[in-house]
Design a protein around this ligand. Structure first.
Ligand code: PMP
Length: 410
């Protein structure tokens, strides 16, 4: 029997198992959510006051409670008055920032962003691209390298075209490749000459403390670099505790220049009288400080690092020494990015689904859902149990190899 024939037979056997495993999104597992269980017992009806005696059950405090602004300021390496602590998701804050730019404009610009374009390092995060699509911001892909976007391409494009208003960046343990932006990339982004005076870098630091190994990556502070280059208003930084505490009940924050913070608060004023301060208080009491956050993240790593090891082992076993696939070995974050032979991703995702393993849709990591080479697949190992993950990887590797070999055989 040829390798392709035996893989095809193995695939049919796997299909007959009638499995149902969901690896579509980077969700934390229940075991990870359990780590934050103590948070539910930290704020009681007779105990909802802030350090200065303010009753957090009531309306108000648009920028977030001072204790939370202090906690996030340390996480985001800035001053508390440069931080807005919001609701449960950073995506909502990013959406608001860009919807505000399109509707009203931003500091330093000359009004609403009409016909705006955005640079999108690819592969990237599908929800970023969805925001642009929704708001009619045209997306221009740029290649993601190991140390950030292809800066030669970025610099050339932003210098030329004043309608390019921004770029999406996930600077640490990027979604999905795990790339970590180098100091040089940070400096170039902070200082590059942009034709648009109101250019914005969306610095989505979603995985700032999400290390998988003892190697703790640091990324240069882009806000400080931009200030030094005279571009203080260029950067909007976002974080959240979605993958620190509870994905559905965390706390998000934005930090930026004084002008951008003022602009964001002015927008928010019309949308809300204030955020969920009780949840913010819960988070402050639970984590206490940066050391508390870091200690907590070690517990996450203990749960998820073995899952990433399962993925790495399965991929190595199936593909090491072949020319069929390459993949990332992230030191943090939530994903492994696999590049198969060109033209094989969509078919692999489809056949995996038929064999009971749901993967992120092929093309999802590209603007408009279109992977021009149809080769990239994002694996999200955190949600399944280790046993499910082993079975899912068996399906993935068998299917992907079968599809790639079939493709090779023409
Ligand atoms: N940014 C990135 C890069 C992400 O991967 C995710 C979650 N998948 C988010 C933002 C979503 O964050 P939040 O839950 O804070 O909206």
């Amino acid at each position: 029997m040829s390798e392709l024939e035996s893989l095809t037979a193995a695939y049919q056997n796997l299909k007959a198992r009638n499995q149902n495993i969901d690896m579509t999104r980077g969700k934390p597992s229940a075991a990870q959510l359990d780590l934050a269980a103590g948070m539910f017992d930290l704020v009681h009806s007779d105990d909802c006051k802030g350090e200065d005696g303010t009753d957090y059950r009531n309306y108000g405090i648009l920028a977030g409670i001072p204790e939370a602004r202090k906690l996030f300021a340390r996480l985001m390496e800035t001053a508390p008055d440069r931080v807005i602590v919001g609701g449960n998701g950073s995506l909502a804050m990013m959406y608001d920032a860009l919807a505000g730019a399109v509707t009203f404009g931003v500091p330093g610009g000359d009004g609403p962003w009409n016909g705006a374009k955005f640079l999108c390092p690819v592969p990237g995060y599908d929800r970023h691209f969805a925001i642009c699509e929704r708001l009619g911001i045209e997306m221009l892909p740029v290649e993601m390298l190991d140390d950030g976007p292809d800066m030669d391409a970025v610099e050339a494009m932003v210098a030329e075209d004043a309608s390019i208003k921004g770029i999406w960046c996930v600077p640490k343990y990027s979604n999905p490749t795990g790339a970590i932006y180098s100091d040089l990339t940070v400096d170039r982004l902070a200082a590059m000459k942009c034709a648009a005076p109101d250019f914005r870098i969306i610095w989505d630091n979603a995985y700032v403390v999400h290390h998988l190994t003892g190697e703790i990556a640091t990324v240069k502070n882009i806000q400080k670099a931009a200030e030094a280059a005279g571009n203080a208003d260029r950067i909007l930084t976002f974080v959240s505790t979605s993958k620190i505490s509870l994905a559905g009940a965390g706390v998000a924050a934005m930090s930026a220049s004084e002008a951008n913070v003022k602009d964001a608060l002015e927008r928010m004023f019309f949308a809300t009288i204030g955020p969920d301060k009780i949840n913010q208080l819960r988070h402050v009491r639970f984590f206490k400080d940066q050391a508390g956050i870091e200690a907590h993240m070690k517990k996450h790593a203990e749960i998820i690092a073995p899952k990433f090891a399962v993925v790495e082992e399965a991929l190595s076993k199936a593909f090491a020494g072949t020319d069929l696939a390459t993949w990332t070995k992230p030191e943090g974050g939530y994903f492994v990015s696999v590049d198969l032979t060109d033209g094989c991703a969509a078919e692999t995702v489809k056949l995996c689904a038929e064999a009971g393993v749901k993967l992120t849709a092929s093309g999802a990591c590209f603007p408009y859902g279109k992977d021009p080479r149809d080769r990239n697949i994002r694996l999200a190992p955190t949600m399944p149990t280790p046993d499910e993950l082993e079975r899912a990887m068996e399906v993935f590797c068998t299917t992907a190899k079968m599809v790639c070999l079939k493709n090779k055989a023409g």
